[in-house]
Ligand binder design. Structure first.
Ligand code: FAD
Length: 400
């Protein structure tokens, strides 16, 4: 296919060494890594448990730290074509919709960070990554990895097939098996006590109502209430309105499933009339239990041939919209480092460098996402009033 990456020339005279690399999981992080490593000239095989590339999620926010990378990798135009660029973010009081915090996004993001803040359908960004990766990878759907021998390294699939390789990247999400192998004991994700309803509303329905029309024409909205919050924004060039409704999780059911919309409406009864109107337009929604894990000390197995990436090593609450962003940043760093290999014995140091560069930043994003759970979900009372007053003060500065 192609030999060396344009981004990472090897030292003059040294010859790039292509490696056999197995990526476990074709989520956003795994596909981004596979694309970069394949494009650099490695022989990349992606093992995915699902039978096709599908994404059941709804919308996703892509902040400039990600859209800048996607543009650098040649995906920027395609993202712009399908995404929506919100002009503002409004943080609202749940009861009456009062804006207590406000930020200008749109052109300001491009000016300050060199790339736009985008809202996109998850399936769209997933397909964009897959289509770009496809020419450079061997894609193996319906291939659940059941175990890894880190010393070879080799993978065993559910079918019994054993695959020997040179490097394994565990990008198998929050319930990662590769993580348990790296940690050396069963290591399951823990429920956070929160769950998310996710649904999409055709904006054609909202445009018929002047109050909801305002929401379509504004940017992103976040209504903060006791123990719950609602996030709304447009995707697919404003054709659909994405709603994420965070609420306390009554059980620890981890499976994503269809939800009774009346139960969902009841959960948000105390929210302002526009949220009620939005919910009256919903006829189906899915619910996710939100899971978490403590930060790991190491993302690289001691034998230095297996590493983790994305939710497999740093799952986080989606309250800073940085989970996929951190997974794609991981891919950028790993892709860049491994595109410099000229000798096999460099791999341990490069994996260590990947971990050293990424672990502190991803751990911080995990911590800050947990902090937002506290900030967004304050009960009505003095702490909530202090939060709103400080947001109002920041808003006044932003409006000057
Ligand atoms: P995943 O996307 O989970 O992919 C893992 C893949 O591995 C899957 O395809 C799975 O089938 C496969 N797999 C699993 N086990 C195996 C196995 N044994 N063998 C083979 N394949 C396997 N992030 C943002 O940046 N912005 C947002 O706005 C945002 N909003 C969110 C809203 C909600 C409600 C939620 C729940 C999350 C949100 N996130 C957001 C977080 C984001 O979705 C995740 O962080 C991101 O998808 C993680 O990507 P990943 O590639 O690491 O894992």
């Amino acid at each position: 296919m192609q030999t060396t990456s344009k981004e990472a020339p090897t030292k003059a005279g040294d010859k790039f060494l292509p490696l056999d690399i197995a990526v476990v999981g074709a989520g956003l992080g795994g596909l981004a890594a596979a694309y970069l490593l394949g494009r650099a000239g490695h022989r990349v095989t992606v093992f995915e448990a699902a039978s096709t590339i599908t994404d059941v999620g709804a919308g996703i926010q892509l902040s400039p730290n990600v859209t800048r990378l996607l543009a650098r990798w040649g995906l920027g135009e395609k993202v712009k074509e399908l995404a929506f660029v919100p002009q503002t973010l409004s943080l609202r009081r749940y009861k009456n919709g009062e804006v207590v915090g406000w930020r200008k996004w749109g052109e300001i993001m491009e000016r300050d960070y060199g790339a736009p803040y985008c809202h996109i359908h998850r399936a769209d960004i997933h397909n964009i990554l897959f289509e770009h990766a496809k020419p450079y990878i061997n894609f193996r759907p319906s291939s659940t990895v059941v175990s890894v021998d880190p010393s070879v390294p080799s993978l065993t699939l559910a079918s019994g097939e054993i695959i020997r390789t040179q490097v394994v990247i565990g990008a198998d999400g929050v319930h990662s098996r590769i993580r348990s192998i790296l940690v050396g004991k069963p290591d399951s994700a823990t429920p956070t006590g929160d769950a998310a309803y996710r649904t999409l509303i055709p904006t054609s329905l909202m445009l018929k109502d002047p109050e909801l029309k305002e929401l379509v024409n504004e940017g992103a909205n976040c209504w903060m209430g006791p123990k719950r919050h609602v996030v709304g924004y447009c995707v697919r060039r404003k054709e659909l309105y994405n709603l994420v409704l965070i609420h306390p999780c009554k059980g620890t059911n981890e499976t994503t499933r269809e939800v009774d919309c009346d139960v969902m409406r009841k959960d948000f009864e105390g929210f302002e009339p526009r949220v009620q109107k939005l919910l009256s337009l919903v006829d189906s929604a899915l619910v996710w239990s939100l899971m978490d894990r403590k930060p790991l000390d190491s993302w690289v197995h001691k034998d230095s041939k297996v590493c983790l990436l994305g939710d497999a090593c740093h799952p986080m609450l989606p309250y800073r919209a940085q989970g996929a962003a951190m997974a794609i940043e991981d891919a950028a760093v790993l892709g860049n480092l491994l595109s410099r290999v000229t000798q096999r014995n460099q791999v341990p140091a490069l994996l260590q460098a990947y971990q050293d560069l990424r672990l502190p930043r991803a751990t911080l994003a995990q911590d800050e996402s947990r902090m937002n759970q506290l900030t967004f979900h304050l009960e009505d009372g003095p702490d909530q009033e202090r939060r709103d007053n400080s947001m109002r003060a920041a808003m006044e500065v932003a409006l000057k």
